[in-house]
Design a protein around this ligand. Structure first.
Ligand code: ATP
Length: 531
């Protein structure tokens, strides 16, 4: 099993660079220096994401009798998010570095051990300037750091308050130096040793104003960009129930954007400020909740396997008591071995009657379910499998990325970059390649094949460069099948004198093996393999 912290930054760098150069994912507003925590999907990334969402929808809605879909508004009523607890509590503890002003999430700072140097202030004798302000620096003697590092950092800190910027920090004198030994402290910035502010709660929601309200402080004009898709499901649960006449257990599924003003967006798209979720709220009788949580965990694990994330790379974290939300009797995190460590892809949480109960209390309207057989009325319990669409796309990309050494003995170095996407999620299903671009009959036949397939799948026509190079280009973007149209297709005899007219060569991306298939069978042959 891989180590939780075992990372491969070089691989990640290569993946990020391939994503940009091939058109999977770009930094948002890159032209203007980038919008932190936001990403744009390019032509291939868009196809990959659409395919993922389509498979998720097919498996969870289309192929099930007990789950219905919905598509709620992105702007959320403040009352909805007040009832859910997001207005009062959806926050992360954050602290600021007193020296660099960097903002850090308090719960993500690694504990450090070392000597803390404390000061009460600083002065500059020549100009008569002085300041009284406590400041501290942590140094790590085991990393060859000494008092000089502490003093240099402290002088840089106090120099920020000088009105005369001509005075060099090293000309300052520090006042009141004392030391203490610190063990496992999280009060200092691991980057520079500077003291951090005390943690403060920072609400992660993006707030906005609705309508042309004349009063900027009118609370009714406040709306939020939803921080999760789940809340619109809870507040529409009764409408879905009444309009669809479903019976427990049943689920409501939704795919859509969510927004969180994350303090430290990082690890490429993994932690973004704008992202998509694929969520199911599965409503059930209270006594079925725990059993269904276990079932959902298995269902979701099989889903990842089906789209190309092997079980061996997935880890199930049974979130311990004290770390789960207070209303949750069971929560599993499904984690994946990303090149930057083992991190969460999806949460499967048993939420009890918490959400519907809260909305019933706050709205004053009953959200009870009436069981016609038992004549009971009760608030259904909920099991929530909540997956990140962008995180899953990233996992698919990381999992697909491979560099294969094809160097022949004594030959020139030959490496093949290949994205081993499952055909069901691959952005392009088949490339159509006429052997030569200057033979009109080959081009015409290839275009015919393109027209035949286009209504059913995303295909790519390419006639530039030698066929071998074109194959490699498709390998790099993960196209599972390359279809070559050659002279045999047009009626020339095959190597053993056979008639191969109206057949094409299909080359498989992973094995690089080739086979001949007749054009009339091509469409069903491909459809069977790309689902
Ligand atoms: P984390 O602990 O990583 O912040 P979370 O437990 O807060 O995630 P949930 O609120 O359970 O996340 O959201 C469900 C899913 O939404 C997560 O499993 C993840 O896949 C996705 N998600 C949450 N926050 C982000 C984000 N900032 N960027 C991308 N995906 C996210």
């Amino acid at each position: 099993m891989a180590e939780r912290e075992n990372t491969d930054p070089q691989k990640m760098e290569k993946i990020v660079s391939l994503c940009k150069s091939k058109g999977f994912i770009y930094q948002s507003a890159e032209l203007y220096g980038g919008l932190n925590g936001c990403w744009d999907y390019g032509p291939l990334g868009t196809e990959l994401k659409r395919n993922l969402k389509e498979v998720w929808w097919r498996k969870n809605v289309q192929e099930r009798d007990d789950i219905l879909g919905m598509d709620g508004s992105i702007l959320n009523h403040h009352a909805v998010l007040t009832a859910s607890g997001h207005v009062g509590g959806f926050s992360d503890p954050m602290c600021d570095c007193l020296l660099s002003k960097a903002r850090l999430r308090a719960d993500q700072i690694d504990p450090q051990t070392g000597t803390a140097y404390h000061y009460t202030g600083a002065s500059h004798a020549e100009s008569g300037w002085s300041i009284e302000k406590p400041f501290s620096v942590l140094i790590d003697p085991t990393a060859n750091q000494d008092e000089n590092k502490a003093r240099k950092t402290a002088k840089q800190y106090y120099a920020q308050f000088l009105s005369d910027k001509q005075i060099a920090p090293k000309k300052l004198e520090l006042v009141g130096e004392t030391t203490t030994e610190e063990v496992d402290t999280t009060s200092y910035n691991p980057e520079n040793g500077s003291l951090l502010t005390e943690p403060r709660e920072f609400n992660l929601m993006f707030q906005t104003k609705m309508g042309a309200s004349s009063d900027a402080n009118d609370p009714n004009a406040v709306a939020y960009l939803r921080p999760e898709t789940a809340q619109s499901i809870f507040v529409q649960y009764k409408n879905v129930l009444d309009s669809s006449r479903v019976k427990l257990p049943f689920g409501i599924a939704q795919i859509g954007k969510a927004f969180r003003n994350e303090i430290n967006p990082r690890n490429f798209t993994f932690r973004s400020r704008e992202f998509e979720q694929m969520e199911i709220e599965y409503f059930c009788r209270p006594e079925d909740g725990l059993r269904l949580t276990e079932e959902w965990l298995e269902t979701r694990l099989s889903f990842y396997e089906e789209i190309g994330v092997p079980r061996t790379k997935l880890h199930v974290l049974d979130v311990p008591d004290g770390e789960r939300a207070h209303y949750s009797a069971k929560t599993y995190d499904i984690e994946y071995e990303f090149p930057f460590g083992i991190q969460e892809l999806e949460g499967v949480a048993y939420r009890g009657a918490y959400d519907l109960g809260k909305h019933q209390d706050h709205s004053g309207k009953t959200l009870e379910y009436f069981d016609e057989e038992t004549k009971e009325r009760f608030i259904p319990h909920v099991v929530e499998p909540s997956a990140g669409c962008d995180r899953t796309v990233l996992a698919l990309i990381c999992e697909a990325y491979d560099v294969e050494d094809l160097t022949k003995e004594g030959g020139k170095k030959d490496e093949r970059t290949v994205m081993r996407f499952k055909p069901s999620v691959a952005p392009i299903k088949a490339a159509i390649l006429p052997l030569l671009k200057n033979k009109p009959e080959l081009v015409a036949k290839a275009k015919e094949v393109q027209k035949l397939l286009q209504p059913f799948m995303n295909v790519f026509y390419d006639e530039a460069a030698a066929i071998g190079r074109r194959y490699r280009r498709q390998d790099e973007i993960g196209t599972p099948f390359c279809i070559a149209i050659d002279f045999e297709t047009l009626g020339e005899e095959g190597p053993n004198g056979e008639d191969l007219s109206d057949t094409v060569t299909v080359r498989h991306r992973d094995s690089m093996e080739q086979e001949r298939i007749s054009i009339s069978e091509l469409l069903p042959w491909l459809l069977e393999r790309i689902r």
